[in-house]
Ligand binder design. Structure first.
Ligand code: TXD
Length: 310
């Protein structure tokens, strides 16, 4: 079977880490693109020279030209500015809109059949920008955020429960912003509902920490997280490239699900070789519905800003 081809646009912290994990997992030949001269070439060469040590046989190329990305099966778009301390993700909209638009246009020109995964912030809005710029059907454009947000929720729950992260299942819904909705009722450890395991105050504190987890790291580092985002992107990439059909929280274009339309939002979906293959609509109680409505409102408002600029 021919090897898959994966393009990673943006060779910054998230992009280079994603390329590294993709190479180590041998998920396909990798092309790392950036606007900065020589930088992606240097990083790709470094990865190429690591290959004999770890024994992985995939191609790794760094470039400033989209011609080298031709016929990619998957394009992962990480280009754009990250947050600085004190900034919200939405503060990045004007800086990143043009970058994401240009990158998506260029990438799909050379890879018209690819699946496009967006990582740049503000995530749900940048997915919309890439969706419009690509002209792709909705199933071939998705955003990574929910896998990361759910991992953060799971990590904090496992810390509190003093148990293995492997047995903690937890989900999030909604936009990749501070209004995201961690789904307490759908979260469990070894099948036991977390509401049976932890008092309400503890759960509330973990939910709050999850919602602000991106900002917590920005405050410590001065820039945003990259190990966990890159691993989250690779988990989605693996499901697409190997047609695993994993059911994960991803940002998808909605047309009526949860009573909303015309924008991207983090929802539970099945992802495989065709991209987003199915969206699942969970039954929500009144409290969850109200929280989701707030998140939808925030994403819709920023998507309107992008729509006016496109
Ligand atoms: O959960 C999530 N979706 C996220 C999103 C988790 C972490 C980071 N998230 C966002 O990803 C973050 O807010 C940023 O918008 C992106 C990329 O974050 P990263 O930390 O990798 O930023 P860097 O290190 O600054 O890298 C960005 C790279 C840098 O090398 C630029 O030169 C490049 O993007 N860049 C471009 N590449 C190609 N083409 C163009 N036009 C371009 N503009 C900038």
């Amino acid at each position: 079977m021919a090897r898959k081809k994966i393009t990673v646009i943006g060779a910054g912290r998230v992009g280079e880490t994603t390329a590294h994990i993709l190479a180590q997992k041998q998920l396909g030949d990798i092309v790392l693109v950036d606007i900065v001269a020589n930088m992606p070439q240097g990083k790709a060469l470094d990865l190429l020279e690591e290959k004999p040590i770890d024994g992985y046989d995939v191609g790794v190329v760094g470039t400033n030209s989209y011609e080298d990305t031709a016929n990619s099966d998957l394009v992962i778009l990480t280009a754009g500015l990250p947050r600085k301390p004190g900034m919200s993700r939405d503060d990045l909209i004007y800086a990143n809109l043009d970058i994401v638009k240009t990158c998506a246009e260029q990438a799909v020109k050379y890879s018209p059949n690819a699946i496009l995964m967006v990582i740049s912030n503000p995530l749900d809005v940048m997915c919309y920008v890439a969706y419009k710029a690509s002209g792709f059907p909705k199933n071939r454009v998705m955003g990574m955020a929910g896998v990361l947000d759910a991992a953060r929720f799971r990590a904090f729950l496992a810390l509190e429960l003093n148990c293995s992260v492997k047995d903690v299942q937890a989900y999030v819904l909604g936009g990749h912003g501070d209004e995201m909705v961690p789904l307490i009722r759908y979260s469990s450890a070894g099948g036991v509902p977390i509401t049976d395991l932890l008092p309400k105050e503890k759960i509330d504190a973990i939910v709050k920490r999850t919602q602000g987890a991106g900002g917590e790291i920005v405050k410590l580092l001065g820039f945003s997280a990259y190990y966990s985002p890159a691993h989250a992107a690779v988990a989605m990439a693996e499901s697409i490239l190997k047609d695993e059909k994993r059911i994960l929280p991803c940002s998808c274009y909605l047309e009526g699900e949860y009573g909303t339309s015309g924008h991207f939002l983090g929802v539970t979906c099945k992802i495989g070789a065709k991209g987003v293959e199915q969206i699942f609509t969970l039954t929500l109680n009144d409290e969850e519905k109200a929280l989701l409505a707030k998140s939808v409102e925030a994403v819709k408002a920023t998507t309107e800003v992008a729509k006016a600029k496109l």
